[in-house]
Write a protein that binds this ligand. Structure first.
Ligand SMILES: [Cu+2]
Length: 141
């Protein structure tokens, strides 16, 4: 008598589940909702940011001397790389702070290829580990 074992499909299903779990981004992260990485766009370029498992909030009014935990705001660096964790994000070009808690901007960019780094900073505008994302866009006139 011949018996047929069907471990193949079951093993494949288990492998798919394991691979899915391993690839799913875990923990807080930030990302561009638009534009997509590598997109060809016209200036002004509408940028929109998103965050997962992290709270985006406006910086409190007045003098801020300490930061609130697990909370921050967006920054965009034009033609800039992500900064190392704990770095004070410069309050000058090429960095733009969204201290009001906003997640959109229509940004004027010259024609050409530009690298855009979305970097979260805390209430003291210091970078937070793992909360940065970089894309590249091609701006046409
Ligand atoms: Cu800031």
């Amino acid at each position: 008598m011949t018996r047929y074992y069907t471990f193949g499909p079951a093993a494949a299903a288990i492998a798919a589940i394991l691979i899915g779990a391993a690839c799913r981004p875990s923990g807080p992260r930030v990302f561009f909702v638009q534009p997509q990485d590598g997109a060809t766009v016209k200036s002004p370029v509408k940028l929109e940011f998103g965050a997962q498992d992290f709270t985006i909030a406006a910086v409190p009014q007045g003098t801020v001397t300490e930061t609130r935990p697990s909370l921050g705001h967006y920054h965009i660096g034009v033609d800039a790389d992500c900064l190392p964790p704990g770095t004070a994000i410069p309050r000058a070009s090429p960095w733009v702070h969204f201290g009001d808690g906003k997640n959109v901007i229509d940004m004027q960019l010259p024609a050409g290829t530009h690298k855009l780094s979305l970097q979260v900073g805390d209430d003291l505008h210091r970078t937070i580990e793992g909360l940065c994302s970089t894309i590249s866009v091609n701006v046409t006139e």
